[in-house]
Design a protein around this ligand. Structure first.
Ligand SMILES: Cc1cc2nc3c(=O)[nH]c(=O)nc-3n(C[C@H](O)[C@H](O)[C@H](O)COP(=O)(O)OP(=O)(O)OC[C@H]3O[C@@H](n4cnc5c(N)ncnc54)[C@H](O)[C@@H]3O)c2cc1C
Length: 327
């Protein structure tokens, strides 16, 4: 089995940035992605508009031209897809990494299709695959989803949106505009302060005028076939309901990180341990890149500020490699 310099787990924007940088440095590498190119972005809401302007989503200063200053999901899919194709990056798609074991100085990687060996591993698996669940009765009913795609699906339906962040507010507004009867259930006293500044006034006005019904300091107690129970400061209420969008955030695959031997902080943040200069974890040769670095603080890292990880990691790997060949 040929031993590579590097295996990159995850073909999101940051995994692709790492692949591009590895290629530029003449390293032997492969990107392994369990879905299509930039799978998380592919699963974003159909009409999603990034809060970043396109130049802030650029990789390696490759120009990202978009119709508006802030690009739409489809434009981002095209941009990252073109980077992969025009640079002929070595990426294996629809292949899931199941195991990574360190043996001596090298790593053995087992996927749903193949086995690999490499001196270094980058984990760039993001946080979008595992939703934060409500852990209530009825959450597994088919009418409940933790991912929002297209407002048309909910037209003419009684829709409950659970959450106060950008994803929940975008979904509530879009679906209301397509004719859903929207109820917004928010655990805290107000719409999230991190909601995009150009969206927040819109939702607040819709609530004040009564177009969207909001329940603050409220939680969903139970979900049934045609109704939901909500606990509010005024007591428990029962609402007629067709669909529930529980957009309560996502989390990294902590079990996977622990299996790799990566130490996590003991507090609620569950921050993975890594050197902020090189992104190398407590396991030699094992690096983290992208939004996964934030643990439960999923608002801390995004493409804008984590695309630099690629250069930091390649600098560390090439430095080690030349030290080894000189010794
Ligand atoms: C709705 C939304 C809007 C956002 N808007 C912005 C914005 O405007 N600006 C900004 O900078 N950031 C934004 N972000 C944050 C940022 O875009 C994402 O989190 C981005 O996807 C991070 O890139 P990543 O490569 O670290 O992770 P991801 O894009 O999540 O990529 C991880 C990849 O790893 C793959 N993977 C996971 N496990 C395995 C495995 N075992 N084997 C193989 N492959 C695996 C996944 O399929 C996925 O493709 C937004 C996030 C969300 C959810």
């Amino acid at each position: 089995m040929e031993k590579l310099d590097l295996i990159i787990v995850g073909g999101g924007p940051i995994g692709i940035a790492c692949g591009l940088e590895a290629k530029k440095k003449g390293l032997t590498y492969v990107i392994i992605e369990k879905g299509p190119i930039v799978n998380s972005l592919y699963n974003y809401p159909a009409n999603m508009q990034f809060f970043s302007s396109s130049e802030r989503l650029e990789i390696d200063e490759i120009p990202f031209i978009s119709k508006e200053a802030k690009p739409k999901r489809n434009e981002a899919l095209e941009y990252y897809r073109r980077i992969v194709s025009s640079n002929k990056l070595n990426i294996h798609l629809f292949e899931k990494v199941a195991q990574v074991n360190k043996q001596g100085d090298a790593f053995r990687v087992e996927t749903s299709k193949h086995r690999y060996a490499a001196d270094n591993i980058i984990i760039a698996t993001g946080f979008y695959d595992i939703p934060n669940t409500l852990n209530i009765k009825g959450e597994n009913l088919p009418k409940v989803s933790h991912y929002y795609k297209d407002p048309h699906f909910y037209a003419g339906q009684k829709l409950a949106v659970v959450g106060a962040s950008n994803s929940a507010i975008d979904a509530a507004l879009e679906c209301w505009r397509k004719g859903s009867e929207v109820s917004l259930i928010i655990r805290g006293p107000e719409v999230g302060q991190r909601v995009k500044y150009w969206v927040r006034p819109d939702i607040i006005n819709r609530i004040e005028e009564g177009s969207i019904t909001a329940y603050f300091n409220a939680t969903v107690a139970e979900i049934r076939e045609s109704e939901i129970l909500i606990d509010t400061p005024e007591g428990r209420i029962c609402l007629e309901n067709d669909f529930v969008l529980a957009l309560t955030g996502y989390r990294p695959n902590f079990e996977f990180l622990k299996k790799l031997g990566i130490a996590l902080s003991q507090d609620d943040k569950r921050l993975p341990q890594y050197d902020p200069e090189t992104m190398e974890t407590n396991v030699g040769g094992l690096y983290l890149a992208g939004v996964i670095c934030g643990g439960m603080e999923t608002h801390k890292w995004f493409i804008e500020n984590s695309r630099v990880h690629a250069k930091m990691i390649m600098a560390s790997i090439t430095k080690k490699k030349s030290a080894k060949s000189n010794s």
